[in-house]
Design a protein around this ligand. Structure first.
Ligand code: FUB
Length: 332
């Protein structure tokens, strides 16, 4: 309605100018908000990133496992208007993947985009695990980088799913992953083709904090490492996100508290998130999935965004989940 009114005003002023009437500066329109969910469709486990002047979101397509055979991506210049990039990767381009393509993570390195994903809901003695695909553009198409999974074994009881990847201040790349209540961290080779052992010779270190279920994420702010993860069952209302802080990406991580959870007035099952930092600012968004009120279908998960704030001591304040989402924010 407000957008229509603004269009009318703009047409009026343009017409007025062309017909010789006095030029009037167009008053700023109402500040647009993203609304929640951010875009239509059932999408979960969103990975969010900033590439150049665009925000990108890479979610899981939320459907029965046999139908999870592709990924779509979404891009935006302002967090309000989103463009869908369909099928940036699918099982036809990953020969070892048949189903359950889940929970992307993405890295940009040397003008290439590395897209980490898990496939097949791998159990012991089955094929599958965590893979990596590559493209010259953030919107794909991506192709299988290794021709095989990057991690295809169960180590420390962690199912090889729900990977998060990040580059530390010292230039080292890490992968943090794990389902079934266990979380491992490993170092990636610089060319991202495999894992390289830690100086003590081990390849995987378990960093599971109390309450951890899946969906790990790490960020660094003011030299502190924030480890965040999902707790509860993803199909139920109590799914949530908690966090810990440490001086190293290897921990130790002691649970501090809950960051994100359901609000009986807004939505249930809020969890499996990622975080956007606006470049050059101490401004943060949490991007996550949640389930509409009254919905019992586990897969009816939608991708949402809200602001995330830190207190003076550096603790993360509990997020208020909203229907409005966030205001338009064009990248600098
Ligand atoms: O979407 C599939 C699975 O649901 C994810 O891997 C879990 O973390 C949960 O969000």
């Amino acid at each position: 309605m407000m957008r229509d009114l603004r269009l009318c005003l703009i047409s009026f002023f343009i017409f007025g100018h062309a017909s010789g009437q006095s030029v009037i500066t167009i008053p700023p329109g109402p500040v647009a908000s993203s609304g929640n969910p951010l875009f239509p469709g059932w999408y979960a486990d969103p990975e969010a990133a900033v590439f150049g002047k665009e925000y990108w979101i890479y979610p899981t397509y939320s459907a029965p496992y046999g139908q999870q055979i592709f990924f779509d991506a979404f891009s935006s210049a302002d967090l309000v208007h989103w463009t869908k990039h369909p099928h940036i990767l699918d099982t036809q381009r990953v020969l070892w993947a048949q189903r359950a393509m889940w929970a992307p993570a993405i890295l940009e390195k040397d003008h290439k985009y590395y897209f980490f994903f898990s496939a097949n809901d791998m159990h012991a003695r089955e094929k599958g695990g965590i893979g990596v695909a590559v493209s010259g553009q953030p919107g794909g198409p991506f192709s299988d980088y290794l021709g095989k999974p990057l991690i295809d074994t169960i180590v420390n009881g962690a199912q090889p799913i729900d990977q998060f990847v990040f580059k530390d201040k010292d230039g080292l790349y890490y992968i943090i992953y794990g389902g079934w209540g266990h979380c491992n961290i490993a170092r990636l080779k610089d060319d991202l083709t495999g894992l390289q052992p830690f100086p003590d010779g081990s390849t995987f270190k378990e960093i599971t904090p109390q309450g951890y279920v899946e969906g790990p994420l790490m960020l660094c702010r003011n030299d502190k490492y924030y480890f965040m993860w999902s707790e509860g069952g993803w199909g139920g209302p109590d799914y949530k996100v908690a966090y810990a802080m440490a001086d190293s990406p290897l921990g130790p991580f002691k649970r501090i508290g809950v960051v994100l959870q359901q609000d009986p007035a807004v939505a249930t099952g809020a969890g499996h998130h990622s975080v956007i930092k606006v470049p050059g600012k101490d401004q943060w968004y949490i991007v996550y999935h949640r389930r509409p009120l009254g919905e019992t279908n586990a897969n009816h998960r939608v991708t949402c965004i809200d602001e995330m704030f830190f207190d003076r001591d550096g603790h993360i304040l509990p997020v208020k989940i909203t229907r409005e989402g966030v205001k338009a924010n064009v990248l600098p």
